[in-house]
Design a protein. Sequence first.
Length: 297
Amino acid sequence: MFKSVVPVLAQVPTEVCLGQQNRGMATLKAISIRLKSVKNIQKITQSMKMVSAAKYARAERDLKQARPYGVGAQQFYEKAEVAAKEEEPKKLYIAITSDRGLCGAVHTGVARYIRGDLAADPNIKVICVGDKSRAILQRLYGKNIEMVCNEVGRLPPTFLDAAKLTNAILNLGYEYTDGKIIYNKFKSVVSYAVADMPIFSLKSVESAEKLPVYDSLDSDVIQNYLEFSMASLLFFAMKEGACSEQSSRMTAMDNASKNAGEMIDKLTLTFNRTRQAVITRELIEIISGASALESKD
């Protein structure tokens, strides 16, 4: 069986055979390094999935308690039929995101919504709550960004955070007529959607036609209520966004772990086949060399 192989191998220089063996060993080493790297990535994604699952459970509980704040604040604007009536409205958008990634398209969806409106109306001013929305919008619409809030997403949002953000927006110096809070509305563990809530200035609220239904309202009372309602809306939006972010990160890490498992199986199969090919080639070379020596004798 090996006699037909010996004449061919006898014509091949020794350096070529060694080069083929070295290439095979280099391939094995590269596959082994890649396999180890993917296994480490899988451990990280599995750990992040477990952490996100625990944070999601807490975020969902907090969201149930925060929803009355947002629903109650929105009812006032709807019942009073508040609307901006200025001939030249100045719009203000508040993007609710965070500083943390690896959570699918949660932040991209908010930025895409704002980008579409900015393309139609380039005069809209934007406040980015979270560094992710700033990073997406800054390249094309950097001049529209009025303020950026960092250190968002590391800890669960609180009403104090929303109150501080409200105070910073009101003291910004930009006199807007109306605007929107753009956030991710949580639906289920695997579902969320980009939503918005309206916000209005003091003048817009005072000019509402059905506002006289409420008795004993003066400018100070309306101003105080607007501050509280904005804080309530921001708190509600931040809770919705946090819950959507954690659920999306949990799903993303689960998918990443499954993909890593599939890649580990493929790399293991490739490694075993390559190792078997190297061993088979070495055995052929050894037996061929022995046969060549026997033929010379």
